[in-house]
Write a protein that binds this ligand. Structure first.
Ligand SMILES: Cc1cc2nc3c(=O)[nH]c(=O)nc-3n(C[C@H](O)[C@H](O)[C@H](O)COP(=O)(O)O)c2cc1C
Length: 341
């Protein structure tokens, strides 16, 4: 089916195509009958279940953050075969993100460049959307949180703490996104002093929420592939000390491998897909060297088939997420991944 629709979608501007797909999946996500109709028969009998952060998923392949930013389509996306879905990034207040065009296909490189800049309907609308659709969804649900562009970096933890508080009762885990390259200064939150302040604030708030809701919601931190190697020991030490539950590695890169061939390769933004794979896998391996089995690592970046998924598992990831390869392959990506286990 996707092979029929894809040529039409790929003739459109990438963000227009994205909006059409999300609108359609959102409409389908509101009806049990429609959901049954679209459920793709994936080779799930072959797939290995996953367990990380005390959460059990039907398979080891999740949808990465950024596709369903406003919590509109996650039930239909799960019906296509993903083991779990991470929605968001959501920001406390609504914001439009950067000017369009801000999403580019690098088709010959099997990659995308985006500079979306956290376009978000804001946390209150996000929660309404989520509450309306939750009953059609029965997998693990990750919620990825960020800060508004106009919140000064010194006040960033206010945004994250507020977002954590609002999504806590609805999430199976919460991802703290401090690694998107498209919000000015955001990646500074990975600097050890800022990171300590932020994680401290979140872990303290989580303690309070745990008592309030009598429920444990794991917190994961999503890191950039562009972090210098020298920063990793201190970051890993801090994450272990603070008992952060998971690490997601990685977000997109602002670097540009020299062998990119597509017209849009010089666009500003984060590069994802095949050219990111070696960088992201290297980061998973480096994190695993520092963290061992203390904190589970979810690998993401350029997973496009069983081989690239295996690279992440060998590097130490316990599960993987995909985004760009799903744009290029549709549900067939999951058929490929699930048939290999
Ligand atoms: C268009 C687009 C939007 C994204 N938005 C987000 C986001 O809002 N939050 C986030 O944590 N990651 C976001 N990402 C990064 C992905 O979640 C993922 O980490 C990255 O694309 C690498 O995986 P891939 O190579 O499989 O695409 C976005 C990626 C793309 C391509």
């Amino acid at each position: 089916m996707y092979s029929l629709i894809k040529p039409l979608l790929f003739r459109l501007d990438p963000e227009r195509a994205h909006d059409i797909v999300i609108d359609t999946l959102s409409a389908l996500s509101g009806s049990a009958m429609a959901m049954r109709a679209i459920r793709v028969r994936q080779p799930t009998n072959r797939s290995t279940p996953a367990s990380f952060m005390n959460l059990a998923t039907a398979n080891r392949f999740g949808l990465a953050a950024g596709l369903d930013k406003d919590a509109r389509a996650f039930p239909a996306l799960a019906a296509l075969g993903f083991g779990w879905i991470e929605i968001g990034t959501v920001t406390p207040r609504p914001q439009p993100g950067n000017d369009r065009p801000r999403l580019f296909r690098l088709t010959r490189d099997r990659a995308l460049i985006n500079r979306m800049g956290f376009n978000s309907c804001g946390i209150e609308r996000f929660i309404d959307n989520l509450a309306n659709k939750r009953r059609y969804y029965d997998s693990v649900l990750g919620i990825n949180i960020g800060k508004n562009a106009d919140t000064p970096i010194d006040r960033a933890e206010d945004d994250y703490v507020h977002a954590l508080e609002r999504v806590y009762p609805l999430a199976d885990y919460v991802t703290v996104n401090i690694s998107s390259p498209n919000t000015p200064s955001l990646r500074e939150l990975q600097h050890i002093d800022r990171l300590r302040t932020m994680i401290d604030a979140l872990i303290r708030k989580r303690e309070q929420l745990r008592k309030q809701y009598d429920r444990d919601v794991p917190i994961a931190v999503k890191l950039s592939p562009d972090l210098p190697d020298d920063d990793l020991p201190a970051i890993c030490e801090l994450l272990s000390e603070q008992a952060v539950d998971g690490v997601i590695a990685t977000n997109t890169t602002t670097t540009r491998p020299t062998d990119l061939v597509s017209r849009h390769r010089e666009q500003t933004g984060g590069l994802s897909g095949a050219p990111l794979e070696p960088l992201a896998t290297r980061m998973v391996a480096a994190l695993h060297r520092h963290l061992g089995e203390r904190i589970p690592i979810i690998g993401v970046g350029g997973v496009e088939d069983a081989t690239t998924a295996a690279y992440k598992f060998s590097a130490g990831a316990c599960a993987v997420q995909c985004y760009t390869a799903f744009i290029y392959q549709g549900p067939r990506l999951l058929t490929r991944l699930l048939s290999a286990g």
